[in-house]
Design a protein around this ligand. Structure first.
Ligand SMILES: [Fe+2]
Length: 165
């Protein structure tokens, strides 16, 4: 059974009524799915990508509650424990949960280059964060791309959407 609809439902219920955060997660989910498709991932990897994208920022509310901050470092720390019961309820096994919570715990750790699934989440999140104004309008978008984008699909998406080429 497809576990993703369950994860989506629980993410929305957990975040309600914070529509802004729900929208962010849905956008990252859409772009991560697009990149995963372009990179020919197998079904196992696609499930990991989809669940990670939906839950990547799930630690934000706890971070705000406990540390009064939504900074990446706190969400990375708190996200996995919020995600765990959701993933268990949706029926993911131990191996899958390890991979997903690893991605949640490192999605702002831009220097880990050898984990393709993590890179895809980072790429989708960056595109959405740029669109949401996180980097302002005058940032050096070419160097954001060069430093952080490793997949061919992510790079060409960035060219089309952000660099306009
Ligand atoms: Fe995000």
């Amino acid at each position: 059974m497809d576990k993703i609809p369950q994860v989506l439902k629980m993410m929305i219920e957990y975040n309600a009524p914070d529509l802004r955060r729900i929208n962010h997660a849905l956008k990252v989910y859409g772009f991560a799915k697009y990149i995963a498709e372009g990179e020919n991932l197998n079904e196992f990897e696609k499930q990991i990508i989809e669940a990670s994208a939906i839950l990547h920022d799930i630690g934000i509310h706890e971070a705000e509650k406990r540390f009064n901050s939504s900074a990446g470092i706190y969400q990375e720390k708190l996200g996995p424990q919020v995600a765990l019961p959701i993933l268990e309820k949706a029926g993911f096994n131990k191996e899958e949960i390890e991979k997903i919570t690893y991605i949640i715990a490192h999605h702002h750790t831009y220097n880990i280059k050898d984990n393709k699934l993590l890179r895809i989440i980072i790429e989708a999140d960056l595109i959405v964060n740029i669109d949401e104004g996180e980097f302002g309008v005058k940032a050096d978008f070419s160097s954001i791309k060069n430093q952080n984008f490793t997949t061919e699909t992510g790079k060409s998406l960035f060219d089309k959407l952000i660099l306009g080429k």
